[in-house]
Design a binder for this molecule. Structure first.
Ligand SMILES: [Zn+2]
Length: 256
């Protein structure tokens, strides 16, 4: 049993072959797929996908779209109605200039407030903004009141420790399959196994020998195998431990 904790199933080319994607995933033992929204126009698409048994929705406004109008009343209502398992994906991306940093921070904070109010975990996107993000998450109003996952983690172990201290999980994807991704692989090898979850981030990130647009949840099996090799344990153990972690973090009960 495996869980893909981050897949944009509503995007091309995945959305053109949902049945095939889900069938191939099931064949490799992927029993749950968390589908985070990005821009507001994707909320409805994610909500519709939740009719599939294996799909668990997450709704939020990604920092790239922080200048869209964010109606937190509507977002809160949709999160509840769709049985979403997280607010996401949300975060900070200081490698882009538009939307500007202050707009991103305001939108990020409003969604943290909503997550805290609803008792939902968050799915975090963070690029070039780790100090700012950690300082926000450490504030008294969020510290230990908000939990979640840093998605597509490729940074080192020291930075990882700071998120672990705040109770967060780290999601590893295609990077661990690439021998050149030394920093991500050494973090993935060292971080406590009870704080690791797996993700493809399909169709945004590829893996060794697989282009981003060819990525799909079935590839989680290979990511689990790479992580098992890095940690010197068998892939069944990686599968069961990361699945347990995801079920706990996202409060998913089996046999929904
Ligand atoms: Zn994503």
């Amino acid at each position: 049993m495996l869980i893909d904790t981050h897949c944009h199933l509503f995007m091309e080319p995945l959305c053109g072959d949902i049945d095939g994607v889900l069938k191939r995933a099931a064949r490799r033992g992927i029993t749950a797929i968390i589908v985070p929204a990005v821009e507001t126009s994707s909320w409805k698409k994610v909500a519709e996908l939740s009719k599939y048994r294996a799909v668990f929705p997450a709704l939020g406004l990604h920092p790239w779209f922080a200048d869209e109008i964010l109606d937190t009343g509507l977002l809160g209502k949709l999160l509840i109605e769709t049985g979403s398992v997280a607010v996401g994906e949300i975060g900070l991306d200081f490698k882009i200039e538009n939307p500007d940093r202050s707009t991103q921070i305001i939108v990020f904070r409003r969604q943290l407030d909503l997550a805290s109010e609803l008792g939902l975990p968050v799915i975090l996107h963070c690029r070039g903004a780790f100090d700012e993000m950690l300082s926000i998450l450490s504030e008294k109003k969020y510290n230990r009141r908000i939990t979640g996952v840093v998605h597509a983690y490729t940074r080192g172990r020291q930075l990882a420790e700071r998120f672990l201290d705040l109770g967060f999980y780290l999601a590893f994807g295609g990077a661990v399959t690439r021998s050149r991704a030394k920093r991500a692989r050494s973090a993935a090898a060292a971080i406590p196994l009870n704080r690791i979850v797996l993700e493809t981030d399909a169709p945004s990130i590829g893996m060794d020998g697989v282009e981003p647009e060819q990525m799909e949840p079935a590839n989680i099996a290979r990511i689990a195998e790479s992580l098992a090799l890095l940690r010197g344990i068998n892939s069944e153990e990686i599968a069961s431990r990361t699945t347990e972690n995801a079920l706990e973090l996202f409060n998913i009960r089996e046999g929904r």
